[in-house]
Design a protein around this ligand. Structure first.
Ligand code: CP
Length: 357
């Protein structure tokens, strides 16, 4: 029996596995017809507790283009979650119908929690403000296509570094490549959270915190713009204080290298002026398209050699029990009270926040 693999964090992939996924994505792009029946009969479930366009539809398209089928919900109010069903029960049930589960949640650590109870692979499609590993796959695959590498790059990351899960995943992944230099462009309130900054330091990453795009744009190989995450602020007033601070314009771009790649996980709101879309350095629509091919490769890998009705006991190697439950109010453990307290290296195993005391 195959060991059950999940994709909860990009960092769980080995270099060899990541290279192999990129090669597979390239092959799919070149010969899509060869893959049209690759997962005939397989079912992918998308459990989306938060809105999505790209991630949900690209996963659904990916499975359909592999010959499989899709089930799921995009509004938890239309599922039994609205009647109070736990994440654990939802995952156990859906895992008995589907061959792979893709989950997005507003709660940090929800995908990891789901993996504790799922009999099939779980893919993290974004958990609160924690991680978004398949966006990171799309981002790194795009860098490979644009630069032929993911190392020795000067990367500016701009906007909501506090709540932006795509930023947290991306920085964690790129900090493991040699020679990368990071410019973290944010307001004081939306700086990278302490638990992420500590990871960068532990990895020995070279990074600078700056307040404006202008300070570093001339240096950059990559500018990763992000949206201010309105839905994560405590009040509309707090959001309004941060909204509109960073706008990438053609005028600012006039100081950038010709070889700059502008990325954005999308959706964008007002942080990129419309005229920038026509600049050849804008790669964000290609980046979203790349996400389809890399997600097809991911589905193929996670469901490799698994037959319908082959279910596995929920996962194996999990971190040690913690003495204290996590204090992060947005952690899934704060909502789903039956979850065991688990820790790894002084951090909550669900959301990676540092466990104090
Ligand atoms: N990048 C991203 O996660 O987009 P969606 O929210 O539309 O899925």
């Amino acid at each position: 029996m195959n060991t059950l693999r999940h994709l909860l964090d990009f960092g769980s992939l080995t270099e060899k596995e990541w290279d192999s996924l990129c090669n597979e994505a390239d092959k799919i792009r070149q010969n899509p017809d060869e893959y049209a029946s690759a997962r005939r009969g397989a079912v992918l479930a998308t459990l989306f507790y938060e809105p999505s366009t790209r991630t949900q539809l690209s996963f659904q398209t990916a499975m359909l283009r592999l010959g499989g089928s899709v089930i799921g919900f995009s509004d938890p109010r239309s599922s039994s979650v609205a009647k109070g069903e736990s994440l654990r029960d939802t995952v156990k049930i859906v895992g008995s119908y589907a061959d792979v589960i893709v989950i997005r949640s507003p709660l940090d650590g929800a995908a990891f929690a789901a993996s504790l109870y799922s009999p099939v692979p779980v893919i993290n499609a974004g958990d609160g403000s924690h991680l978004h590993p398949t966006q990171t796959m799309a981002d790194l695959y795009t860098l490979k296509r644009e630069f032929g590498r993911c190392d020795n790059l000067k990367i500016g990351v701009c906007g909501d570094l506090y709540y932006g899960r795509t930023v947290h995943s991306l920085l964690s992944a790129l900090a493991k490549y040699k020679g990368n230099k990071f410019y973290l462009i944010s307001t004081e309130s939306l700086r990278l959270p302490e638990y992420c900054a500590r990871e960068l330091s532990e990895l020995g990453a070279e990074y600078y915190e700056v307040r404006t795009i202008e300070e570093c744009i001339g240096e950059l190989d990559v500018l990763y713009m992000t949206r201010i995450q309105r839905e994560r602020f405590a009040s509309p007033e707090e959001y309004e204080r941060e909204a509109g601070v960073y706008v990438l314009t053609a005028e600012k771009l006039s100081r950038a290298k010709d070889s700059l790649a502008i990325l954005h996980p999308l959706p964008k709101v007002d942080e990129i002026s419309p005229e920038v879309d026509d600049d050849p350095r804008a790669k964000y629509f290609a980046q979203a398209e790349n996400g389809l091919f890399i997600r097809m490769a991911l589905i193929l890998w996670l469901t490799e050699n698994r037959s319908f009705a082959q279910k596995s006991p929920p996962s194996a190697k999990y971190p040690i029990p913690a003495e204290r439950i996590c204090t992060n109010p947005r952690c899934v453990t704060a909502r789903e009270k039956y979850l065991p307290a688990l820790a790894s290296g002084g951090r909550c195993a669900y959301c990676a926040h540092i466990i104090v005391g």
